[in-house]
Design a binder for this molecule. Sequence first.
Ligand code: ADP
Ligand code: ZN
Length: 734
Amino acid sequence: MADNSEQSFFPEGTLVSVLTAQPLDRFLDYKAPASGVKVGAYVIVPLGPRQVLGVVWGAGQGGFDPAKIKTVIRELDVAPMREEMKIFLEKVSAYTLTPLHAMLRLATRAPGLADAPGMRKLYALGPEEPDRMTSARERVIAVLEEHQGLPFMLGELADMAGVSGSVVKGLVKQGVVLEVETPRDAPFPPLDPKAATVELTGQQQTAADALRASVATHSYQTFMLKGVTGSGKTEVYLEAVAECLRQGRQALVLLPEIALTVEFLDRVQKRFGARPAEWHSGVTMTERRRTWRMVGQGGAQLIVGARSALYLPFRDLGLVIVDEEHDTSYKQEDGVLYSARDMAVMRASICGATVVLASATPSLETWVNAASGKYRRLDLDARFGTAELPEMRAIDLREGQLERGRWISNILVSEVQKRLAGGEQSLLFLNRRGYAPVTVCRACGQQVACDHCDARMVEHRFHKHLMCHQCGETKPVPTKCPSCGVEDRMAAVGPGVERLAEETQARFPDARIAILSSDMAMTARALKERIGQIASGEADIIIGTQMVAKGHNFPLLTLVGVIDADLGLHGGDLRAAERTFQLMRQVAGRAGRVGKRGLACLQTLQPDHPVIHAILADDDERFWQAEAAQREQAGVPPFGRMAGIVLSGPELQPVFDAANQMVRNAGPLRQLGAEVFGPAPAPIARIRGRHRVRLLVKAAKGAAIQPALAAWRNSVKLPNNMRISIDIDPQTFY
Ligand code: ADP
Ligand code: ZN
């Protein structure tokens, strides 16, 4: 897209309109500095006593006292914001009802943007020969020769050559490698689209061809790429990335689980000969800044990141991959409420890019869009090689299968035993952290609840405390009932993974057991290492929560036992069935490998539940069709629009009063054909001491409800201690 730089230059003294990331609901006028300034320029402007970051959005609006208008202090040495980025931020702002200043904050989350670029050491090929050649030294020289004079950071070079930094330093001493001082924010090493290609299978080839063709058109198109884990989705979309590199455009790969990107990065390096830029919470501050700048200047061709990478200042974005597109972590649940998947489609449609939504179990939204022809559908039916999908079996728990305080049925025990005997791994899956979800007093029947939330405290025996999963509050496990005061009658009820591990250890005393749960207070790196160890066989039985369902491959794993397949089916959540289906499928998909068919056992009290049936029947299409039909009939997403509104405050009554006031003011919304439900206490009626009351707005699919919602929100003046959040297309109700 052209950025009309010529028409949009503001000479010294002319008024420009600046958007800052400060919580103000308007643009501010400033005078252009002596050098003049372009539209889109990132600038530092005075605001009261402070100097803040802003972007020149356009011509000044005037209407202020000219004598009071200040001058832009300076322009930053970064690529100006492109027109399409401005449009994107405006659109997301309008869609999600997020103020534009908050969008700018999201788009400038890199520290030190205003600093002058610093210097650092880079390494390039020097003129000398080494005193003696070792294979490590050879590899360093080979990497440098291969990249024809391109300098590397020490870590990058050492990584690519597979040597330690000291080998490089040794070569520097001899003048074989040169150490050069260069600006800190250097471009990323170039990626080679044909560094290592693989031969695709027929179906993979067809899919890759379709993606490549789309990328080559430089026009917008979204694909749903559906295929079971191991079917080669990654292999196929890397072909689209290769095409994007050939076209000289930038590609973005979004992944849900940052802990698992290291594996992915290795794969990218193998395929394209160098590592891509990364963008997620684990990236250091200096790397963040480098990435942000280089993405803007075109010094980064491929970015692998978490959802917020979508707001990087791409120079020329040609492809966005959303891997595991159904993953709930793509929906930001605090601050700016947006779905990264939907916003990826929006961004791509603005800049003429291809989108690939990849999943074994697509979201219903995506499935429906593919069915209606809005997205193009590509299928990979088989696992690569001869790996088959696992056999699926239900274990009916109604028949007195379990003794009190036990959660592993005898059938499952004997299957695990077979795996132990055969040197294979088993996974016992339970999507519940901690030791026990409930602590109850056997004398009075009271459960221990959080003091600040409408939630029960979960026992974490490993950490020796009770914890509220809503607010994180902890307290010691009581020996005396907090309600009736009776001693020593407190009991843990129900299982979490820690308790499951205890039972597992008792049943299989000689087995090596590993727990994988998100609350294990591990760094991403340590976690990755642990997962690697487990994958290589350092455990016989893996006990895991949701996090094992994603991404990582355990080649020795041939049995998956789902301890409570019914867990996600309770609760009135719109997406309960879809979520359970996806999760069970993903977990079951962990079992089996080439030449050895896996088995997935689902322990259930409801073997006749339609969702359990669908999971066992291995008939995705039927499940989606039934689910889609139900939602269509109910007029809920993706067939209707929804917005969840939560008002919260320290006292219940004023919150309810405000919510009732909003209902009375809802006339304009109703004129659009929208229905307003509530107020009602939110499913979690209190979090962190704040009472929560919710309203629900339902409207027809085409209804433009956002402007009406924005006006509606502003129609009630809320006291300072009260907050309102509006979630468009809510994913969860809490
Ligand atoms: P998915 O992303 O669908 O889980 P992957 O692309 O990760 O699948 O493929 C699974 C495994 O099979 C990977 O190790 C991958 O390298 C390998 N694989 C898939 N397709 C091919 C192919 N055509 N040639 C060689 N290896 C392949
Ligand atoms: Zn709490």
